[in-house]
Design a protein around this ligand. Sequence first.
Ligand SMILES: [Zn+2]
Length: 340
Amino acid sequence: MKVVFDERQLLHAPAQYFRRGQMIDHPEQPQRAILIRDALAGAGHEIVQPADHGLEPIHAVHDRGYVDFLATAWPRWVEATGSTVPAVPNYHTGRRQSRPPAGVVGALGYYSTDTACPVTEGTWQAIYWSAQSALEAAAIVAGGARVAYGLSRPPGHHAYRDASNGFCFLNNAAIAAGAMADRVGKVALLDIDTHAGNGTQDIFYARGDVLYVSLHVDPSDYPPYYMGYPDETGDGPGLGHTLNLALPPGCDEAGIFDRLDQALTAIARFSPQALVVSLGFDMAADDPLSEVGMTTDGFRRAARDIAGLGLPTVLVQEGGYLGPSLARNAVAFLDDYGLG
Ligand SMILES: [Zn+2]
């Protein structure tokens, strides 16, 4: 399988993360992508570089002011603060936001929803090329391949139309799905990351041409907390085109596959022309952020079941952190996708 990756994606390397009252090492490290890339190359998959598909497909799903902010935030921050510490917001709009202010410190709070997405010198390059890797995978599939994998890192599915959230800045899978929808018509986006794809849900909530189906741990007491509930089903032309299948914390593999069966049935009923998969590996039992118990054999089975839909498929990397099975699960999923 073609695996799309660009070295510039490694230029975002956040050091710390404020979690439950403590500063801890940031889980979203460049090493994640290096481990996956090297394991896939070792297993015989072909690593390819993305072409530059430009900003147009990014603007198609993101607010232009937000994208402009991300592209310029770092030099503005250095100039405004006289410092090169990572840009983390200390001011938040809450629910009473009205407009982005002119100054970078306030704008940082406006375009961020949490403190998990520090902007550093290399952030724009990393997130831009992460999105381009997803777009290149979409272009490979639109060109006739059955499947391609965008090794997108930093991840994307928590990124809203106009704000960063949960380690995510640009919503790579949504950008790829938007580009596919333009080319082929109806697209289903299946999200099997262990966290709800709140950003993706937000972006497609009122669209009837993209079905968003997500399996994830119940957000009642788990990130992203504020979205991803089963009674959120879409709006306007998108009504009935969002399906949230929540897993209880501690859910075993049988419970996960019960939801996956429901997801695949819903996708088949939608009759899309193509599929985008937000492929997180953080359902793995040994993932540091996991609350459910997926095994490597489970990832193999999930790959075969998803491939069984028989749809042209763009795989886009999401979460999956530095646990012992991360690279092994990626190899297992991609290998078995070919058998489905
Ligand atoms: Zn996740």
